[in-house]
Design a binder for this molecule. Sequence first.
Ligand code: ZN
Length: 283
Amino acid sequence: MPELPEVETVRRGLIPAMEGQIIAKATVNRPDLRWPFPSNMAERLTGKRVLRLRRRSKYILVDLDSDETALIHLGMSGRMLVSGDPLGQFVHDHPAPEKHDHVVLDMANGARITFNDPRRFGAMDLFETGSGDAHPLLAPLGPEPLGNTFDENYLIAALADRNTPMKSALLDQKTIAGLGNIYVCEALFRSKIHPTRPARRVSKERISRLVPIIRDVLTDAIEAGGSSLRDFRQTDGELGYFQHSFDVYGREGEPCRSSGCASMIRRIVQSGRSTFYCPTCQR
Ligand SMILES: [Zn+2]
């Protein structure tokens, strides 16, 4: 499932093909993904110029010159393919149409963006750009972890009375937007906080240290995504998934990487999701 760094990588990969360009033709091959597409979506996209690609949490926001914004969510299995860019950034020919190519955007510059999603948990919507954060998917979201309003004072206040385990508190999208399972595990490991510790029982000092750690974990992953972006132009044109090494995630039974620690990484299940942690380093 793509997390914030993957979505940011997709956004950055789409910019050269889309930003400033006109959508010559939008093709919508089915009425819905997770939810129904907005009415007349193909017509509302066709002929519009893309002013800007933004990201909020795990949503890509495409501002159009029609004062509408297209929201794209990759869901569980969604992927974006870029082909045929005449600028030479993407050397791929247009691929043969595939079964799960649900939305295809042919840009006036010759680039084609294909949104493929076999499991159809993804989503697309259109909303008035000016209404911004009133969109039902955006309204409940807390601050961006890489944004200015996410800081030590905010996080201390947000966690102060929470009796929920740290892992769950950080996964709560009202607390921080876009932080998912993998990067919460990594951030808790780096900050040496035990994932089951109730949030209100973590000291202010440790929560303060967690803020730059969350930022670093995400920034490192975005940088890894940036490297994959340079590679993908030589491979298959698909955006969004990249190899990245984790300290704890997916490493159950493997040795802890902290120097001097002889423990093995453990996996437990919290709220139905796997948590990976070091029982010695994290308290
Ligand atoms: Zn350890």
